[in-house]
Design a binder for this molecule. Structure first.
Ligand code: PMP
Length: 286
């Protein structure tokens, strides 16, 4: 099945799908996006993604290109035309195309692009054995809570992680505390068994997976603490893990090459992965 992309009202062959050279997403990263996991044909936590999309649009004063009902039908049509039942749905909205100038151009229409990808989640090895992270200074702007496509620091960090043989980079603020990963939220489990993740202020993206997992913790009898944690605390934590829509929950077993605990995924993260998979399965036909 050949890939189809939705661009501003049209379903186009992926190879020929494009936006204008003066699109402000291309010129200035004046755009926001969402990535939604698709499992068993279902969009996982779609409402939370749309809620976050509206928040990002509102913070940047970009107009919504259409109603949520219309957007949902475009999303479903892109999944259908691409035959994607398990994978990821990508959507991007830019302020639109106009003669290059910094101030918001009056009267322009936002650009909407929707694509879908068949993709596997993490490998069984990554789930069962865990992954490594390295720590890097968080050099992003001070509004990473807005899901904008301005991702240069994120991709530079991810590249540095990969070159160091790690899966992800955890970004560290000026106080030595972990903010989040380049494309995931960061968590630890303390010796007392508390599950700790940074509070969702303007210093992190409030992950939809993060929110979904928070909803499951009480049922699992686990205590959540939303506060900053330092790299030193993470390195001596009982367990560590990361969350994102494309990976759900992955154990982190090394930080900067040093093993967490005994270097194997712990019982809390294994339990949470299972609980989260239940949360996903409950939404899909899978
Ligand atoms: N933080 C950042 C910087 C991200 O890019 C992502 C993934 N979009 C996340 C956290 C995780 O968010 P979600 O669970 O909504 O995928």
């Amino acid at each position: 099945m050949s890939r189809i992309a939705y661009v501003n009202g049209r379903y186009l062959p992926h190879r020929r799908a494009s936006v204008h050279v003066e699109d402000r997403g291309f010129q200035f990263a004046d755009a926001v996006y969402e990535v939604i996991a698709v499992r068993g044909g279902a969009l996982i936590d779609e409402e939370l993604h749309l809620k976050r999309l509206h928040r990002s649009l509102g913070e940047l004063r970009i107009a919504a290109p259409m109603s949520d009902a219309a957007l949902k039908s475009v999303i479903r049509e892109v999944l259908r035309r691409n035959g994607v039942a398990d994978g990821a749905l990508y959507l991007q909205i830019s302020r639109g195309a106009a003669r290059r100038d910094f101030p918001f151009p009056p009267g322009i229409e936002p650009t909407l692009v929707v694509t879908a990808q068949r993709r596997r989640g993490p490998s069984t090895k990554q789930v069962e054995e865990g992954v490594g992270v390295v720590t890097l200074p968080d050099i992003r702007w001070r509004r990473p809570d807005i899901k904008s496509v301005a991702l240069l620091p994120n991709l530079l960090g991810k590249q540095q992680a990969r070159e160091a043989g790690a899966f992800e980079a955890w970004l560290v603020d000026r106080d030595g505390n972990v903010t989040e990963g380049t494309s995931s939220n960061a968590w630890i489990v303390t010796a007392a068994g508390e599950v700790v993740t940074r509070q969702a202020d303007t210093s992190i993206l409030n992950g939809v997976t993060r929110l979904g997992l928070i909803g499951l913790l009480a049922r699992e009898g686990l205590t959540l603490v939303e506060r900053p944690f330092s790299v030193a605390e993470a390195k001596t934590a009982r367990e560590a893990f990361l969350t994102s829509s494309t990976n759900f929950i992955l154990p982190v077993v090394t930080i900067d090459g040093a093993p967490i605990g005994n270097g194997y995924p712990g019982s809390v993260v294994r339990r949470l992965r299972q609980a989260y998979e239940g949360h996903v399965a409950a939404q899909g036909a899978a």
